[in-house]
Design a protein around this ligand. Sequence first.
Ligand code: SAM
Length: 336
Amino acid sequence: MPEPLERAVFGIHATHAVQLADRHGVFAFLIAHGASRTGNIAAATGTDEETLRRLLIALQAFGVLTGDDRDGYRVPPESAPYLDPDSPRYTGAFLQHLVTSTSGRLPQLADYVARGKARVDADLPAPFDAMYADEGSTATFLRAMWQLSFEVSDELVALAGLGAARHLVDVGGANGPFSVSALLRTPALRATVFDLPHVAPHLARSRDAYGLGERLRFAPGDFFRDELPKGDQLAFGYVLSDWDDDTCATLLRKARRACAPGGRVLVMDRLFDDDGHRPLATAVMNLSMHVETRGRHRTAGEYLGLLRDAGFTDCEVRRSSREKHLVIGHSAPDGG
Ligand SMILES: C[S@@+](CC[C@H](N)C(=O)[O-])C[C@H]1O[C@@H](n2cnc3c(N)ncnc32)[C@H](O)[C@@H]1O
């Protein structure tokens, strides 16, 4: 079997193996202790040695680990930041979301292929009703959002250039990864996260953890029913990719009404390359968007088109070194 096909066929094992090793502290142990043999890892993590042996062999075969049981298994240095629970790039909550939520939703694709998404979804709860069905799934989802968004936000804040900004309205801002980063880097700024009421206690925890007090406020609301709070920077981080083009147009028109003259909209999302096929993570998450939301991933050109159609001008793309990029639109200084 050609290797790309082999990796795709066995991808289901890979995701579960990585998540299981993460959940049981195998990567954390290897990062802390260096090359280690199965018996030592099993004893330290309290895991069954025979099951762990197979797990480690599979992880080594996928290239997630290097080494072997004679000289010890190791986490390659380039992967360590993503597997180390103490690293800002740690991806454990996202892995947990993939295993506990996404994998349960993927079988829906079979129904979509046979009957079409609209007909199948008509009998299902709305995307965020399912995501926020209980406190456990809400917490896992929001932790995953934080891990996907907080670290890259430093770079996005710098790319956005918020020095002259006064009031950031973070639409669907969740537990605040972008707002917190923006406030930490921009002393004169205040921010309002506008999101569903379920999110309130999670944002409060971020506000308290970073000592942001009154500078970070929460406005509970539903962006389908309510107008957006007014500000000079309206941010949409990983929000427009949850919705179809017509819904994005409605949300961006609301942002236009809420945006102060001379202000800006900041769209931050994964981007497809112009060919609409790469990078791999965007292509795969585009499938996730199909089963978990009503959205899709877009090229930079498609976002620019949505912003211009909503009345924003001087629209431009600023790319980060990571998977989340920035598309900016300006509101005319005369409000026109
Ligand atoms: C994919 S998350 C993005 C979180 C964060 N902005 C980020 O960049 O990581 C989408 C956010 O949109 C919020 N959201 C979904 N439907 C909403 C609605 N009808 N009104 C307000 N917020 C909503 C969700 O609660 C969630 O926080």
